[in-house]
Design a protein around this ligand. Structure first.
Ligand SMILES: *[C@@H]1O[C@H](CO)[C@@H](O)[C@H](O)[C@H]1NC(C)=O
Ligand SMILES: *[C@@H]1O[C@H](CO)[C@@H](O)[C@H](O)[C@H]1NC(C)=O
Ligand SMILES: *[C@@H]1O[C@H](CO)[C@@H](O)[C@H](O)[C@H]1NC(C)=O
Ligand SMILES: *[C@@H]1O[C@H](CO)[C@@H](O)[C@H](O)[C@H]1NC(C)=O
Ligand SMILES: *[C@@H]1O[C@H](CO)[C@@H](O)[C@H](O)[C@H]1NC(C)=O
Ligand SMILES: *[C@@H]1O[C@H](CO)[C@@H](O)[C@H](O)[C@H]1NC(C)=O
Ligand SMILES: CC(=O)N[C@H]1CO[C@H](CO)[C@@H](O)[C@@H]1O
Ligand SMILES: [Zn+2]
Length: 916
């Protein structure tokens, strides 16, 4: 259902908000989240923990007995000790505080608490003493019972897998990030309160206990026959990257046993690829950071239930099992690299507080592309980064004002600090930008300094900027006109991004560069402006100078009204922001745009670097949408795509031309024109990448092929797609295990089924019911038919979801007339299910032809339905479409100039205005 709404928003057209974001910043509505994160007083500093745990991984019990012995320093006189604790039952009678005499180490003073006070909301346990505690070194002992929580929850929790014999096998794991260590044992659970930790865990001997450090020894307890595993003491570290797993797993290992990948025994085959990546990524990261992994060993553990894709516990990374079993290889590889990068960025050096979480997440995100790219070159991950992340981030950032540095005060803020787009992606984009204007080697030297200076400690962005500045000062990169901190603060402390405008005077040769406040695309199409300005690194290439340096040749400063670039040949074109290393868009004067378009439409088009081709497409589209340039320029640029066989520039194109396609190809009278246009535009691309997947394809190629196939099948632009769909379907019916297809490729089944007769349908249903793991395919596919009898039969099935049935019919653009007929026929059932409003709305929005809407109006009248609201919405949408179509038509009449691989139908007379 979400999908069809997206399509309709897109149909609402190009000038509107066609961003269809998945909201990954889900707001947690728990009451706790609005509470302030109460900070622990600073006058107590723990420095070593000795934690003993006896987890009972037994159904009907799932508790954990624990003891904590914590060495701490009292820095100012006090009579209270406050620390975090959650869901722990403390045996108060056994709590004790001891102090070793400062002169005579044998003189020990004991303190018995007067009171334990627990605050439910702050999760803080305050222990009060009668006596004043003078500054000095103390030991706090606590005995407690905790719970091993249910699956998927953070903290200390249980999970299970089903082995080959069908037995449920329990295991226990942790997920402490961001603030759940306190649920496993009492502790000072804040990022910057670092200490050393020594764990001992008792468990059944048929399980293995893993933790951050290697086990130093193990020993059977003669009383109950269970095994104690004792771990080495950790380096100085934060609580949120501690962890342990108790499971009966198997592993694969590198030669010297320092890297192991742990999985349930029957899944061992999935462990070899992550191991290979872990070895390669470790080697590259060690080279990059000029240091060794700061831990004696690194375990990579897959657990069945995990509420994120992975967590970077120091020395023991935990992944969701799915990431090894099912994810595409390039994603698994980048995930492993990301978590390994954290071993330095995040664990060795950590942000002081959640305000700057990007110092670990943004860095790990940048490095997962940059480092993985070094050993899987063929995947073109840095290109993927730009077209998949940077260009998408422009969309996100067009409708938001969020800065990356934030002030975190309550639990909701902590949650928001994990904002995927800002903390991870945008920060990574800006780090890439810095790596180019500083030059990669200088950037790296700065990071090495940063790690050396702040190891085992905490940092703010200023510490990073300082290290980069020092590396810059020592380098031969010209740097008199900017300061790293000053530049980067403008990008991290304010939201959005700038648009740089290039205005050329073709008489004087002068080129004027200004930064324009980004133009916002708001929901109602208002174009609003903001007052932000940035420090913008500029570089450029021209037709006669295609040099590839990405250092900044000019800086556009926040206070500059404009700057000028000189010495460019008047007859050249200029393209600013090489390789899209600067996080900004560029607009040009009309003549320069036209020259770029003409060059792209020539045989020399590939002299413009691939990422700039991608940039030009995305920028020209944005300028057109925000009415900063003429529609025709957009079309002139887009037409070059008929030459483009490299999938990288196509990445955004499918998102951009989706509205055109959806509009044009769903209007029967426009199909004749647009189908050949689309066929010709994609001809070279498809010649190059083909319809079928190959194991060695890079991720962009795979994704572009998938997107292309979806369009080709939906609109039947390329008959080969539906041929392929029926082949895949028949193969599946033959052997559903061997020929299983992934969720992303499910649409092939749909378009195979559209062509299927009743007998194939029955075989398909039978196969899918037999192989229960595939049954999730079933429901969305039931509407994939253009045979009324089959559709009706499916609608009579029990538990049918009308909304998704009709939603899918419309999304897959199966026959609209048939959808209307079916809706009318089944209306009584639908209304009984209360699904009528939604479906009616969707159908009305899709009923573009006059006789379709008349049929619905007549039906509504007959049944006394008020559809005026839907009609008004449809009218508004169609007005926009008409407006758009008229623009396209004006252009198409004289300039649809794609090189023809098949003849374009010149008869536009049918493509008349749509009836609203
Ligand atoms: C959100 O709040 C609703 C109503 O108070 C509650 O039913 C639901 O479980 C909450 N969801 C979460 C994730 O806490
Ligand atoms: C859980 O098992 C342990 C060990 O057998 C036992 O000491 C403890 O009392 C049990 N807890 C519960 C709640 O049954
Ligand atoms: C607070 O404590 C009470 C009593 O122990 C408990 O019932 C309740 O669930 C707790 N509330 C929260 C939010 O943990
Ligand atoms: C481990 O041993 C315990 C006690 O003998 C037994 O209950 C449990 O089923 C065993 N677990 C596995 C995974 O073998
Ligand atoms: C890497 O470390 C070695 C040895 O400590 C040192 O000599 C070298 O200069 C370092 N390289 C960089 C780029 O920091
Ligand atoms: C955070 O607080 C500082 C100091 O009060 C303020 O200058 C800054 O604008 C705040 N940032 C945000 C994102 O609210
Ligand atoms: C950009 C991104 O990370 N999107 C993710 C948002 O969350 C959904 C569902 O959890 C994922 O499928 C997307 O990949
Ligand atoms: Zn991370």
């Amino acid at each position: 259902m979400a999908v069809i709404k997206c399509l309709l928003i897109i149909l609402l057209l190009v000038i509107g908000q066609s961003v269809c974001l998945q909201d990954n910043e889900t707001v947690v509505n728990n009451t706790v989240v609005e509470n302030n994160v109460n900070r622990l007083p600073k006058y107590i500093a723990p420095f070593h923990y000795d934690i003993k745990l006896i987890p009972h991984i037994v159904e009907d019990n799932f508790t954990s007995d624990g003891e904590a012995s914590i060495d701490l320093e009292v820095r100012e006189p006090t009579n209270t000790i406050a620390l975090h604790s959650l869901e722990l039952t403390i045996d108060e009678s056994l709590t004790r505080l001891t102090r070793k005499g400062s002169d005579d180490v044998n003189a020990v003073s004991n303190y018995v608490p007067k009171q334990h006070e627990y605050n439910n909301h702050t999760q803080i346990l305050t222990i009060r003493f009668k006596e004043r505690l003078d500054p000095g070194i103390y030991n706090l002992y606590l005995k407690f019972i905790g719970v091993i929580r249910d699956s998927y929850i953070r903290g200390f929790y249980r999970s299970f897998y089903t082995d080959n014999e069908g037995h449920k096998v329990w295991l226990a794991t942790t997920h402490f990030q961001p603030m759940s260590a306190r649920q496993a044992f009492p502790c000072w659970d804040e990022l910057a309160i670092k200490a050393t930790f020594k764990f001992s865990i008792k468990h059944y001997p048929n399980y293995t206990a893993l933790s951050n450090m290697p086990s130093v020894r193990s020993e059977i307890d003669p009383i109950d026959g269970k095994l104690w595993t004792y771990f080495e003491t950790t380096p100085v570290m934060s609580t949120h990257v501690l962890g342990f797993v108790i499971a009966d797993y198997d592993y694969v290992s590198n030669l010297d046993g320092t890297i192991k990948v742990w999985v349930p025994r029957h899944l061992l085959r999935y462990a070899t690829f992550p191991l290979d990546v872990a070895e390669k990524a470790t080697r590259e990261l060690e080279r990059f950071t000029n240091s060794t992994v700061p831990m004696p060993k690194m375990d990579h553990v897959a657990v069945p239930h995990f509420s994120s894709s992975a967590t970077e516990n120091w020395g023991m990374i935990i992944y969701v099992q799915y990431a090894f079993e099912k994810s595409p290889k390039f994603e698994t590889a980048m995930l492993v690299t990301h978590e390994l990068a954290h071993q330095w960025f995040g664990n060795l050096v950590s942000p002081v507080w959640w305000d700057y979480l990007w110092l670990s997440e943004g860095m790990a995100t940048y490095l997962k592309y940059y480092i993985t790219d070094k050993f899987f070159k063929e995947w073109r991950l840095m290109d993927l980064f730009v077209v998949q992340r940077e260009q998408f981030m422009f969309l996100v950032d067009s409708s938001s004002y969020k800065p990356i540095n934030i002030n975190v005060t309550n639990h909701l803020d902590v949650h928001n600090a994990y904002s995927y787009f800002y903390t991870y992606v945008k920060a990574a984009i800006l780090l890439r930008m810095a790596s180019h204007f500083l030059r990669e080697d200088v950037f790296r030297n700065g990071l090495i300094k940063y790690l050396q200076r702040h190891e085992y400690s905490n940092v703010t962005p200023d510490d990073l900027w300082k290290a980069l500045q020092d590396a810059l000062d020592e380098s031969d990169v010209p740097h008199d006109d900017f300061k790293v901190k000053e530049v980067m603060d403008t990008w991290f402390n304010q939201g959005a991004y700038p648009v740089v405008t290039i205005d050329r005077n073709y008489d004087t040769g002068e080129i004027k560069v200004t930064q324009h406040k980004r133009v916002q695309l708001s929901k109602d199409n208002d174009i609003t402006e903001e007052n932000n300005t940035w420090w913008i690194p500029l570089n450029y290439m021209t037709q006669s100078d295609l040099n590839s340096s990405t250092l900044a040749t000019h800086w556009l400063k926040p206070q500059d009204e404009s700057i000028t670039i000189e010495g460019i040949d008047i007859n050249d074109w200029i393209i600013v922001n090489k390789q899209l290393t600067g996080y900004y868009r560029v607009n040009y004067d009309v003549i320069n745009w036209r020259r770029i378009a003409a060059f792209l439409n020539s045989d020399d088009y590939d002299k413009i670097p691939i990422l700039n081709r991608a940039q030009i497409i995305d920028d020209v589209y944005y300028m057109m949408k925000t009415e900063q340039i003429d529609f025709n320029i957009f079309f002139e640029v887009i037409n070059y795509l008929s030459r483009e066989s490299d999938p990288v520039p196509w990445y955004r194109v499918f998102q951009i031309i989706q509205p055109l396609i959806t509009t044009y190809l769903s209007i029967p009278s426009a199909v004749e024109i647009f189908k050949p246009y689309f066929f010709n535009l994609t001809y070279n691309l498809i010649e190059h990448i083909g319809f079928d997947d190959h194991p060695d394809d890079d991720p962009v190629t795979t994704e572009i092929r998938l997107k292309f196939n979806k369009i080709a099948c939906s609109y039947n632009t390329h008959p080969k797609c539906r041929e392929k769909a029926i082949t895949k379907l028949l193969a599946y019916v033959e052997d559903p295990i061997v020929n299983e297809i992934s969720f992303e490729q499910e649409f092939f089944f749909c378009f195979g089924l559209v062509q299927a007769n009743e007998s194939i349908w029955n075989q398909f249903l039978q196969r899918t019911n037999e192989t229960s793991t595939n049954s999730y395919y079933l429901f969305p596919l039931l509407s994939c038919s253009e045979n009324l009898d089959i559709l009706e039969k499916h609608l009579n099935l029990e538990k049918i979801d009308y909304n998704s049935f009709f939603g899918n019919m419309l999304e897959n653009l199966l026959d609209i007339d048939m959808t209307i007929d079916l809706f009318i026929k089944k209306f009584d059932q639908i209304i009984a299910d209360k699904s009528d409003e939604y479906i009616l709305h969707e159908i009305i929005m899709r009923s573009i032809e006059g006789d379709q809407i008349e049929k619905i109006k007549a039906f509504a009248e007959q049944r006394g339905l008020d559809i005026s609201k839907h009609l008004a919405y449809r009218k508004e949408s169609l007005n926009k479409i008409n407006d758009y179509l008229s623009k396209i038509r004006a252009f198409e009449n004289n300039q649809f100039s794609v090189p023809m691989h098949i003849t374009l139908n010149n008869d536009t007379s049918q493509a008349n205005k749509i009836d609203t």
